[in-house]
Design a protein around this ligand. Structure first.
Ligand SMILES: NC(=O)c1ccc[n+]([C@@H]2O[C@H](COP(=O)([O-])OP(=O)(O)OC[C@H]3O[C@@H](n4cnc5c(N)ncnc54)[C@H](OP(=O)(O)O)[C@@H]3O)[C@@H](O)[C@H]2O)c1
Length: 247
């Protein structure tokens, strides 16, 4: 690591090697942010994204590995982030595990895996970075899910932790005001999951807009919440093509 002081705004985006996280990172970079790209297993994808961003603007992106199932890794990620740029203006808690856990089969390992990635790590990352975000009058965006509010069948653990993620956003918005704004984004169907098998047409039929949203919809809202508003905090905004009208 090079221990640079960044003159630019700096963002840490968790789970940003691929998919929605990578799109958020690219969108922020295009808006002038320097970036910490966090990844767990997707080292090649993270490094290739960092290379692409550094090619566009030298010394503008670094990668840091952390597995949120190891609690110490959260503090380490916060410390390495600060050691690199000496500042932080935006934290996007995007990393997540998502898979079904029917009650009869759910294990403590499932509980921990879904809890750690979706709720425990975001909370303790915020705790570790609250001081520096207060100094920069920065902002936090937690990526939740529309299923935090209305449950998805056989996904009780995921829905429970995303509901906790929503309450974390509201509680910490109150606690960190007026210096740090904390908001949430609740996506509907943006990208199909990589692993799960599902009846895609059945899901599309329930979406009034009748299509997937695509990551740019999330990117635009991240940019808006980070920079275009200075008065919104504690809000959870659905980006779901009207899906919650039809649940
Ligand atoms: N996709 C959708 O349509 C949709 C719908 C509703 C809500 N969301 C929410 O939007 C966000 C992004 O969605 P996505 O589908 O792009 O996410 P994703 O691909 O399922 O996961 C994003 C990243 O999270 C990281 N991750 C998972 N467990 C981790 C752990 N224990 N420690 C550290 N990193 C971990 C993984 O990093 P590595 O690959 O490096 O291991 C993964 O690439 C998530 O919060 C998700 O819940 C998405």
């Amino acid at each position: 690591m090079s221990n640079l002081y960044s003159e630019n705004l700096v963002a840490l985006v968790t789970g940003s090697a691929k998919r929605i996280g990578a799109a958020i990172a690219k969108g922020l970079h295009a808006a002038g942010y320097d970036l910490v790209l966090h990844y767990r297993d997707s080292q090649l994808a993270a490094e290739s994204l960092a290379a692409e961003l550094n090619h566009q603007r030298a010394n503008s992106a670094i990668c840091i590995q952390a597995n949120f199932d190891q609690h110490d890794s959260i503090k380490m990620l916060a410390e390495k982030t600060m050691a690199q740029w000496q500042r932080l203006d935006l934290l996007v808690n995007n990393a997540s595990m998502f898979y079904p856990t029917p009650l009869a089969d759910a294990s403590l390992q499932d509980w921990n895996s879904l809890f750690n990635s979706n709720l425990q790590a975001p909370y303790f990352l915020i705790q570790a970075l609250a001081d520096v975000l207060q100094k920069s009058k920065g902002s936090i965006i937690n990526i939740a899910d529309i299923y935090a509010d209305k449950p998805l069948g056989n996904h009780s653990l995921y829905c429970m932790v995303k509901a906790g993620n929503v309450m974390m956003t509201k509680s910490l918005a109150l606690e960190l005001a007026p210096d740090v704004r904390v908001n949430g984004i609740a996506p509907g169907a943006i990208l199909w999951p990589e692993s799960a098998i599902h009846d895609t047409q059945k899901i599309l039929d329930k979406i009034p807009m009748n299509q997937l949203g695509g990551p740019d919809e999330i990117v635009n809202l991240v940019l808006f919440l980070a920079n275009k508003t200075h008065y919104m905090t504690g809000q959870i905004i659905n980006v779901d093509g009207g899906r919650t009208l039809n649940i």
